[in-house]
Design a protein around this ligand. Structure first.
Ligand code: BGC
Length: 417
């Protein structure tokens, strides 16, 4: 890889075919704001993040996209471990507050569930994790059914069953994918409306509100559950959600966005420097950055890094109040040539990506000396983003957050041109 790059640069100099800084070390642009790389776009480092290239119906990973070139990686978090934690957090809460949870004393702990995106692995895992822990899941093929039930106040749905936690009967009263009319998923405003509808038709049956993320969870909390003192559970540990624990928000899960944001840019930095991918990750870099294996794992076959999750509840939330703080063990300034990175966020209004992940990326881009162009999508149309990848030659590397997990080829096709 490295050899190929040097050869290509030398060739370009010999042919005099470019305005590149021939003879400079590496292919960096040092402050020029533009890549002077001679590497073909198809050979430049690529990192997929937050939305893993996969089939949105079956969840099967898109191996072509994950192995697009020798410097391609995915960075996300361990969806199953996090989902299990979220389910356990809710079940623990039920056990602990068994005496006073059942608001209308009908003998059933009723919950409503906000689903983010039925084609997104993280969302699917969280729906399953909650249903499994509360006993409301039913088998669909080899795994737990993750379909939304619509309304199930009478317990007749085939996609869930009545469960039980610590001897208490539990029912999923309603669940819905929170997708707006334009097609944006994980939509907080839609969740706010849904809780309005649900609470006006069967509000006194709702004892718990559960959400696939904090964006939707906080929208429901602010619209209804805070005033009605109904514990609400989310995911992401966004700062506003963590602060709301003091006001009755039940809890959330930190997916270690600090570690993910670091890894997202770190794998690009290592590839651009021709260093081993584990530099500053499993092994200390020159600046002293290193991660321990209790915060991430690496799946070599799928070239995927996964951060590990931590539950955030009334017991420990004070340690998580600033979700945009860099992770201390990897907060040392790296000395390397400045490189130019193209990075998109699938939806500029996504709460987690906007309020937690991107602020972290902006801190790490400085620490890793990367000049990053941030592109924000509308959450609905892939072309709205790919249109803004019109000139990939201007960049040294790419960090991609797709609208739909099936759409990796729309990006790699541009890099292959
Ligand atoms: C986050 C969600 C977010 C989604 C976007 C998930 O990992 O938990 O909050 O909306 O990613 O892709």
């Amino acid at each position: 890889m490295q050899k190929k790059r040097i050869f290509a640069a030398a060739l370009a100099c010999v042919l005099g075919a470019s305005m590149m800084a021939c003879g400079s070390s590496g292919s960096g642009s040092k402050g020029s704001g533009k890549s002077t790389s001679s590497v073909a776009n198809k050979d430049k480092p690529v990192v997929w993040f937050n939305r893993q290239p996969s089939n949105s119906s079956t969840g099967e990973l898109d191996s072509n996209a994950l192995h697009f070139n020798d410097n391609t990686y995915y960075v996300g978090f361990d969806a199953n471990q996090g989902a299990e934690l979220q389910g356990k957090m809710v079940a623990d809460y039920i056990q602990k507050h068994a005496a006073d949870l059942d608001r209308n004393h009908d003998g059933t702990i009723g919950y409503v569930l906000a689903i983010g995106d039925i084609g997104h692995n993280d969302s699917i895992a969280r729906t399953r994790g909650v249903r499994k822990a509360l006993g409301t899941g039913v088998k669909d093929g080899n795994d737990i059914d993750y379909k939304p039930v619509g309304t199930n106040t009478d317990g007749s749905s085939k996609d869930v069953q009545d469960g039980s936690v610590g001897g208490l009967k539990v029912r999923e009263l309603a669940s819905q994918e929170m997708k707006n009319s334009a097609g944006a998923t994980w939509d907080a405003a839609t969740a706010g409306n849904a809780i309005g509808t649900w609470s006006s038709s069967f509000g006194d049956q709702i004892d718990l509100v559960i959400s696939n993320n904090d964006g939707m969870g906080m929208s429901m909390f602010n619209a209804w559950s805070k005033d009605n003192k109904v514990p609400t559970f989310g995911y992401d540990a966004n700062s506003d959600a963590v602060a709301a624990i003091a006001d009755g928000y039940g809890g959330t899960i930190s997916q270690h966005a600090d570690v993910q944001a670091y890894l997202t840019l770190r794998v690009l930095r290592n590839a651009l420097d021709g260093k081993d991918v584990m530099t500053g990750i499993a092994t200390k870099d020159d600046a002293g950055n290193v991660l321990t294996d209790d915060v991430y794992r690496y799946d070599k076959d799928n070239r995927s890094f996964y951060a590990l999750n931590v539950a955030v509840t009334a017991d420990n939330y004070k340690d998580f109040t600033d979700s945009t703080k860099t992770y201390e063990p990897v907060s040392n300034q790296v000395k390397s040539d400045k490189k130019k990175v193209w990075l998109d966020i699938y939806n500029s209004s996504d709460n987690f990506l906007g309020s937690t992940y991107q602020p972290l990326l902006k801190k790490y881009d400085k620490l890793l000396n990367l000049d990053v162009d941030y592109i924000g999508g509308d959450g609905q149309t892939e072309s709205n983003i790919t249109n803004r990848l019109g000139n990939p030659s201007q960049y040294d590397a790419f960090a991609i957050n797709m609208v739909k997990t099936d759409n990796a080829a729309s990006y790699t096709a541009i890099l292959n041109q």
